[in-house]
Design a protein around this ligand. Structure first.
Ligand code: SF4
Length: 238
């Protein structure tokens, strides 16, 4: 079959993408972000390049930058939040606004490790805002979490962290497949694909509800004690 006929048949969805040789693939291939999962990607950088082009959900319409995640690709600890805010959207980096500063203090003063040694990501990589106006942040919608989660799943598979700390409801509910809210669920250790998961409050939630001296901050500190104990039990130094 010549290439022209071949491409025509693929367009008509009569041929499954099974036995393509590389040359044919390069001509007819759809954008990589359209894939439902990214098992074929073998590095975080490659995955990031795919995500930077992504238009899989409506958040691509209002984002300034895709906030893929950052940190040590071989991190023992991985922190997962819900989605980028204003400063993150502007800079393309996760947790760099006020909430990010609090997270950095939690990591560096609480856990006594450098932020550079951990990996930080979000469930959705583009900023969700109320009514798509680009003003007030909101938690991601379910369809946005579903569209974006394959990136996070592959990030976890590539990094293989020894401990995951989820920050707030969307990340916790997604990883633990629970409907329970963070207030009820925090304070314990759970599992995601044999990786221990410790849920705690999102730093933004702490800042909105009393900040550094609030009871919430004390509960976060309690959760970090759990992390420290688990790190000791697993022989993790950073
Ligand atoms: S939020 Fe995720 S799925 Fe949606 S456009 Fe951004 S990268 Fe793609």
């Amino acid at each position: 079959m010549d290439l022209f006929e071949y491409a025509k048949q693929v367009k008509e969805k009569r041929i499954l993408d099974n036995n393509l040789d590389k040359e044919k693939k390069s001509i007819i291939q759809e954008p990589l972000w359209k894939n439902p999962s990214y098992e074929f990607v073998n590095s975080l950088e490659e995955l990031k390049q795919i995500a930077l082009e992504c238009k899989k959900c409506k958040l691509c319409l209002t984002r300034k930058n895709v906030v893929f995640g950052e940190g040590n690709p071989e991190a023992n600890l991985m922190f997962i939040g819900e989605g980028p805010g204003k400063t993150e959207d502007e800079t393309g980096r996760p947790f760099v606004g006020r909430a990010g500063e609090l997270l950095t203090r939690i990591i560096e003063n609480g856990l006594k490790i450098s932020r550079k040694t951990v990996y930080i990501a979000n469930v959705v990589k583009c900023r969700p805002t109320v009514e798509m106006k680009g003003e007030k942040d909101r938690p991601p919608d379910q369809d946005e979490v579903e569209a974006c989660s394959p990136y996070l799943i592959r990030q976890i598979e590539l990094i293989q962290p020894k401990i995951i700390i989820t920050l707030g409801n969307p990340a916790t509910k997604f990883l633990l497949k629970t409907r329970e809210g963070i207030t009820k669920i925090r304070g314990n250790i759970y599992q995601y694909n044999d990786i221990p998961v410790i849920p705690t409050y999102h730093p933004s939630f702490v800042l909105r509800n009393g900040g550094e001296n609030s009871p919430l901050k004390k509960e976060v500190w309690g959760d970090m004690k759990l992390v420290i104990k688990l790190m000791q039990d697993l022989g993790i130094k950073n």
